[in-house]
Design a protein around this ligand. Sequence first.
Ligand code: DGL
Length: 285
Amino acid sequence: MTASPSDSLQELAALPIGMFDSGMGGLTVLHECLVQLPGEHFAYVGDTARFPYGEKSPDELGLFSRQITAFLETVPVKLIVVACYSATSAALPALQERFETPIIGVVMPGARAAVETSRYRKIGVLATEATVASGAYPRAIHSLDSGAEVVQQACPGLVDFIEAGDVASQALADAVRGFTEPLKAQRPDVVILGCTHYPLIAPMLQRFLGRDVTLINPAAEIAREVEAMLLRQGLERPGDAMGSYRFYTTGDVERFRDTGARFLQMPLTRVRALPLERLAELVAP
Ligand code: DGL
């Protein structure tokens, strides 16, 4: 029997969705995708050896993103989600130009939700230094509403608390107060959580920003966008069976398993090492 285009579509639909981040943070994006798309397989790369991305240069982020995307294409996967705001901000257009697999970033879905939600068209963004410096959020928001006002606040060091499992200390609360006060003073009515880790401290951020501010967690929007893309392209995995998940880390496997289980609140059984040398073979530094 010869292969027909529908055979190859079925084979493609059975592949996992690829996803990557600088480490654990992208698991907040994976979580939303698991809720929205329980029947899909996922292959997740956490570049924990090179965490954090939020302090890296655009060139470094471009290289790391190309290397991991090239790796995910070898898995192979049917779609790639850049589940990191810093990497999306620095590298998404270049990745989309270079690779064949469809690639979705995390900035635009949150920007769209913010524009739809903001009554006063004054949108705040909390993000890493790299994301703020890239100007990706103002660009995305202004492509949807040229007259919207965007106020950005970089939060250097904030991810370190959360990555270390601290979501409640006084030191964290002091840091959050320092970042939210200047943003609140500019009176946005909507604030985008423009970093993978911030949804994990959403209650604290909401308290400091006050009840008049609506927080946007872009992860849920991204999951909906992934679902819409699969449906339109006829690439949803058929059948009712639950999907499976595999994880790759450039850092320590046991640490990824432990911290990942805490982020995702489920045991991570299939975690494999992905040495940086393997990534350098795929795309030379
Ligand atoms: N994943 C990064 C982001 O969303 C946050 C953590 C880091 O700086 O690597 O920007």
